[in-house]
Design a protein around this ligand. Structure first.
Ligand code: SF4
Ligand code: SF4
Length: 364
């Protein structure tokens, strides 16, 4: 296992996320999940991340119970306060210590700081309270995780000298979203980064056959997921890379990656970015939301909105459709498409709209 110095301690570069543990009958499959944690410890992982609501509020209790057989100073616990629940920061913190069976938390985070929740963390006293707890030694390092606009991230990151911050960082978001900008904001403030979603919820563990091919050719011994881990690990501001491991295969593959010192070269980076661009081009419908197709649709289907949902589904998985289809503002639904083709004739991007409507309807 590779380690990286953080202040006066050494943290494993691979951190164990406790949000995607194996489940059985809607609850954590304790036996299997414990075997994964034991394997992580055996492989040298010493950073364990959880949060109040993970696994329907079961994750912290599970982790507290599981880790008590290990000496408390042999691992680092990370958990978070979320202000989206009917429980104040003081009460939640005390309850978390109980659930984790500890009298201090190593890494404590304000959870999911966004443009609305962020000001509340400051104005409602949570930040000051946790800084006080840090003074008392009940929190070793205080940080935050963010899903904010880059403007607000910059503001929140400047509140004071945070010990660390957690952001969604992977090569896809680096190229096509705001991850590179977020990284720079934290780098400029010299805030060490804990990476979440390095493989984008598993979506980057396998691309398309055409996008995977150059990766396999360049390094046949690396799994596709391993490329994603190696990219984030190569960024100098990155401290820990979290992986929500839910199977023995995943942990074993990750342990291999994080015990391999092979450098991730400029050439590797170029190959990866090219594969990512190929992948993006293949899975994304190139709709520009011009709406030329909309007026002529006899079923009043809001085509660009549904295509945006389709793009999210291709990147993040099928759950996106069930979760977000009810929120699409559209008179007509994909299953009401009569395949008349009036839309395709109007589309400057030559998108085969009826076939995408069929694809969506089949998943709903
Ligand atoms: S093919 Fe479907 S989406 Fe396109 S105009 Fe006809 S009904 Fe509307
Ligand atoms: S005409 Fe084509 S590009 Fe424009 S909104 Fe419709 S599908 Fe998208």
């Amino acid at each position: 296992m590779q380690y990286k110095k953080f202040k006066d301690i050494n943290i494993s570069r691979l951190g164990m996320g406790n949000m995607r543990l194996p489940e059985r009958d809607g609850h954590i499959d304790v036996e299997t999940a414990r075997a994964i944690i034991d394997r992580a410890v055996e492989g040298g992982v010493n950073y364990f991340d959880t949060a109040w609501m993970y696994h329907s509020f079961e994750s912290q209790k599970f982790l507290g119970e599981t880790m008590k057989k290990y000496p408390r100073d042999s691992f680092y616990l990370a958990t978070k306060f979320h202000n989206g629940f009917q429980i104040d920061h003081k009460t939640m913190f005390e309850e978390q210590l109980k659930q984790l069976q500890t009298d201090y938390v190593d890494f404590y985070l304000l959870h999911g700081v966004g443009d609305t929740s962020g000001p509340r963390y400051i104005n409602e006293g949570a930040v000051d309270y946790f800084l006080e707890q840090q003074q008392k030694g009940r929190i070793r390092y205080l940080g935050f995780s963010a899903h904010a606009s880059t403007e607000y991230l910059a503001k929140f990151a400047s509140h004071h000298k945070w010990d660390f911050a957690q952001i969604q960082l992977n090569y896809f978001d680096w190229l096509f979203k705001t991850a590179a900008e977020e990284y720079k904001i934290l780098e400029e403030r010299d805030i060490p980064i804990v990476v979440m979603e390095p493989v984008r919820g598993g979506r980057l563990a396998s691309l398309t056959p055409e996008a995977d091919a150059p990766l396999r050719e360049a390094h046949p011994e690396w799994s596709i997921a391993s490329w994603a881990f190696r990219f984030v690990r190569s960024l100098p501001q990155v401290q820990v890379v979290l992986s929500g491991m839910s199977s023995m295969d995943q942990i074993n593959d990750n342990l291999l990656t994080f015990s391999d010192d092979t450098l991730f070269t400029e050439k590797d980076r170029e190959i990866l970015f090219e594969a990512a661009r190929k992948f993006e081009g293949q899975v994304q419908v190139p709709c520009t939301s011009c709406r030329y197709c909309c007026d002529g649709c006899p079923s009043q289907i809001n085509i660009p909105e549904w295509l945006a949902l389709y793009n999210r589904y291709k990147l993040e998985g099928e759950w996106i459709i069930k979760r977000f289809a009810p929120e699409v503002k559209s008179e007509g639904k994909p299953e009401q498409c009569i395949q008349c083709g009036a839309c395709s004739g109007m589309c400057p991007q030559s998108i085969d709209i009826p076939s995408f409507m069929t694809g969506l309807a089949e998943k709903m």
